[in-house]
Design a binder for this molecule. Structure first.
Ligand code: DCP
Ligand code: MG
Length: 435
């Protein structure tokens, strides 16, 4: 079961190399343009404008053949330097909308905008803005697909070429998707396509319906993956190529020193919850939890623990933080500051299996969605309540110091009116995330 819903965009430039040429030489606009080599050359077509496609020209066709199909086309050599310059500028533009930009090719990128909606609006609004900005900056058009997975977003972009914006949802998997040729699905290449055709399977719908034993007989271990693709179930996350952050942490200096164990634990829960929210926004999972405690004497102690595998749910990370806290044996000593820091990151795979903590992850993402809409404080973990009361009294904008990144944001979130304190009963069932 796939519960978590992400908002993923797939952007693909239209007739990329040819469009760049048309943009810098306006006299070529509206004309068939073929990029790949001069007339009479021995090369193949790299790109061709949509006007040239009407004559049957396409990428990888020998230039000589393209010449025959469309004799009046303008033939141009490849100017990779120019296309790369546009490419780099596009990536910079896309990174304004989210940290999670995966560059898939010279003219294609995936964006995970799940965490960007609060700032930039719904995915369709983001897609319109990107299209406009790309055109304003470079005079070229792109197509953008929206979906809950990369696979569906890419299909949606392909269905809306050129210059379109389209969306495919989970519901479309058993609707519009069924009539598509299997070759349209990213991951089903020409060889697989041929083998499927030999079984009489040419459309996505056929691949959805074919009895599994038949598929397994033909494709062995690959059968499961094929069926998943046909059902739009590809949960591979958008992988940004940016280096992973070293750590994400939150710490709190109390306005008055504290020696109340319950309040300290509740503070740890709020800090962990806050740090994990940032973790999920960045699409990461963490393996290492570090705890910092500064006593009223300014003596500072720390403990860290590494989990068997990376997690992105609050509970196992909080439980580790409290275990570390117990080991420190704070007793009745007065505490000035506590901090929780997460590190040892991997990209969160969102590969949800029944025994893999999917419920925790799905709940976490549901909490993220509510917070995106109504603010961070709209939902708070049950055990964090005493700490929240404390924050409310303790001029939190000054006393709450995120130890890495997002400082302004968190200060703002904690400063918000505490009028909508709903309690998320995440604690209602025992954790399934084994640590
Ligand atoms: N390319 C190439 N040789 C190929 C395919 C593509 O050199 N066989 C280059 C030129 C294309 C660019 O990569 O402009 C992007 O490839 P796409 O497959 O996205 O094709 P286009 O952007 O040209 O057209 P479309 O509008 O179909 O995306
Ligand atoms: Mg393209």
């Amino acid at each position: 079961m796939f519960v978590a819903s992400r908002a993923i965009l797939h952007l693909d430039m239209d007739a990329f190399f040819a469009s760049v040429e048309q943009a810098r030489r306006p006299e070529l606009r509206g004309k068939p343009v073929i990029v790949g080599g001069e007339r009479g050359g021995r090369g193949v077509v790299s790109a061709c404008s949509y006007e040239a496609r009407e004559y049957g020209v396409h990428s990888a066709l020998p230039i000589a053949l393209a010449e025959r199909l469309c004799p009046h086309a303008v033939f141009l050599p490849v100017d990779m330097k120019a296309y790369l310059a546009v490419h780099r500028s596009l990536v910079t533009l896309l990174e304004r909308y989210t940290d999670l930009v995966e560059v898939a090719s010279i003219d294609e990128a995936y964006l995970d905008v799940t965490g960007s909606r609060r700032l930039f609006g719904p995915p369709r609004t983001i897609a319109h803005r990107i299209q406009e900005q790309v055109y304003d900056a470079h005079g070229v058009t792109c197509s953008i697909g929206i979906g809950p997975t990369k696979l569906l977003a890419k299909l949606a972009a392909g269905l809306n070429k050129p210059a379109g914006i389209g969306e495919l949802t989970g519901a479309d998997v058993h609707g519009r998707l069924r009539d598509l040729p299997v070759g349209e699905v990213c991951g089903i290449g020409p060889v697989t396509q041929e083998r499927l055709a030999a079984l009489g399977l040419t459309t996505v719908g056929m691949l959805q319906d074919v009895p599994f034993p038949l598929l397994a007989a033909a494709f062995g271990k690959g059968a499961h993956g094929l069926r998943q693709l046909a059902l739009g179930r590809s949960f591979s996350p958008v992988r940004s190529e940016r280096p992973l952050p070293k750590s994400v942490g939150r710490e709190l200096t109390f306005d008055d020193d504290v020696n109340d164990g319950e309040l300290l634990r509740a503070t740890l829960l709020s800090l962990t919850d806050n740090a994990v929210a940032e973790l999920r926004r960045k699409g990461l999972a963490a393996r290492t939890v570090a705890l910092k405690v500064r006593f009223s004497t300014f003596h500072t102690v720390g403990r860290r623990r590494t989990l068997p595998r990376p997690v992105s749910a609050v509970r196992p990370l909080y439980e580790t933080a409290t275990a570390l806290f117990d080991e420190l044996d704070v007793g009745a000593r007065w505490v000035r500051l506590v901090g929780v820091s997460l590190s040892g990151f991997t990209h969160n795979a969102f590969q949800l299996t029944l025994d893999d903590g999917w419920r925790e992850v799905a709940l976490g993402e549901a909490v993220d969605r509510v917070r995106e809409k109504y603010g961070f404080r709209a939902l708070a973990l049950a055990g964090g309540a005493p700490a929240r009361r404390h924050f409310d009294h303790a001029s939190p904008a000054q006393s709450f110091h995120p130890s890495s990144g997002g400082a302004a944001e968190v200060a703002r979130e904690l400063d918000a009116e505490a009028s909508r304190d709903l309690v998320a009963e995440l604690a209602s069932e025992p954790a399934r995330e084994a640590v």
